[in-house]
Design a protein around this ligand. Structure first.
Ligand code: B12
Length: 147
């Protein structure tokens, strides 16, 4: 009988310890994983010329990089969705004008199409060589027909 009581007491205290340990684990504040630097969203969107396409990627903000650098990173790290882009350097601006993305080129002369650059739903006042995305930004190259 005494032996039984001892065993039951022992088991109950074990259970108690377990619950205690478990509740302690639950109350430990969640630590961010070591590689969770701030990100921004980069997207390309063509709704006007078939085949339509939209692609989006979250990229880590890296000091001293500009959008054109991130466009290259997207082509390297998600080459199935961000296949390529082409750009022309204008010393007059100065900077790179983005001519084509994923093989789709603007054609200002014939139909006033171009790749328009937006950040947080507003047209940017600078191009891809001068835009430095901040954490949380929503940067989009939108294929657009002017006028
Ligand atoms: C006309 C014009 C356009 C036209 C060009 C069409 C064409 N082929 O004619 C369109 C509407 C396509 C355009 C688009 C953009 N433009 Co613009 N554009 C101008 C504008 C009003 C006149 C340029 C011009 O004709 N100059 C006279 C000719 C003889 O000189 P040029 O050296 O040959 O000009 C060429 C370059 O300026 C080039 N170009 C036009 N815009 C841009 C933008 C960038 C970043 C670059 C590198 C080149 C470039 O196209 C011109 C014609 O070939 C200037 C303002 C100004 N007054 O200069 C802004 C200007 C050059 N554009 C500007 C911007 C920001 C843009 C956009 C990024 C806007 C956006 N948020 O989408 C986009 C480019 C996006 C991309 N795909 O890279 C800025 C550049 C600032 C900077 N330091 O980056 C300027 C200075 C306006 C401003 N904010 O003050 N643009």
């Amino acid at each position: 009988m005494i032996h039984h009581i001892f065993v039951v007491t022992f088991l109950v205290s074990l259970l108690h310890l377990h619950i205690k340990a478990d509740s302690q684990v639950r109350h430990v504040p969640t630590q961010p994983p070591p590689d969770s630097r701030p990100v921004f969203t980069y997207a390309i969107c063509n709704n006007i010329q078939r085949p339509h396409f939209t692609e989006s990627i979250q990229l880590k903000v890296i000091p001293h990089l500009y959008l054109i650098d991130y466009m290259e990173i997207a082509c390297k790290t998600a080459s199935d969705r961000f296949t390529k882009f082409s750009a022309t350097y204008y010393p007059s601006v100065p900077g790179y004008f983005i001519d084509s993305i994923n093989g789709l080129a603007g054609n200002w002369a014939d139909n006033k199409t171009y790749w328009r650059l937006l950040n947080n739903n507003s047209s940017t006042s600078v191009g891809a060589s001068d835009l430095d995305p901040k954490p949380g930004d929503n940067v989009v190259f939108m294929f657009t027909k002017a006028g």
